[in-house]
Design a protein around this ligand. Structure first.
Ligand SMILES: [Zn+2]
Ligand SMILES: [Zn+2]
Length: 133
């Protein structure tokens, strides 16, 4: 069980399963999207996720000619949960304000593309490109 909300509080959600594994995508698209070292998320099944409020304020941008997309609050611009694949949602880890005590970086992906200043110092498994289980 975990909960979270955006900076302005208009959008909130809950997850009805335990969250633990954090994924960091270091690709250049995620770097530009966040203005940081990449996108930092947990992934849950669609059936374990629900919006509590503000779903109508969720904006989504698809990068043309990519399968990459990002969701954000229409009011405050905070990153928001979005579609990972048909069966799963991703949730930006920094949004989780309750139930995140067991979160731990488990995987780094697209390490080949990371920023020159981005030093990976945790024990997460490093994948040079896409995630491979
Ligand atoms: Zn907001
Ligand atoms: Zn990425």
């Amino acid at each position: 069980m975990a909960t979270g909300e955006c900076n302005c509080g208009a959008v909130a959600f809950e997850v009805t399963t335990k969250v633990s594994d954090v994924f960091i995508c270091h690709c250049s698209i995620c770097q530009r999207s966040t203005g940081g070292n990449g996108k930092i998320v947990v992934v849950v099944n669609n059936t374990d996720f629900q919006w509590l409020r503000g779903k109508e304020l969720v904006n989504t941008w698809h990068k043309p000619e990519h399968d990459w997309q990002t969701s954000f609050c229409q009011t405050c611009g905070s990153a928001l949960p979005g579609i990972n694949d048909e069966a799963r949602m991703y949730i930006p880890a920094g949004l989780i304000t309750g139930g995140g005590d067991n979160l731990k970086v488990a995987h780094h992906i697209w390490v080949d593309s990371k920023a020159t200043w981005d030093e990976i110092s945790d024990k997460g498994k490093q994948h040079q490109q896409a995630f491979e289980p």
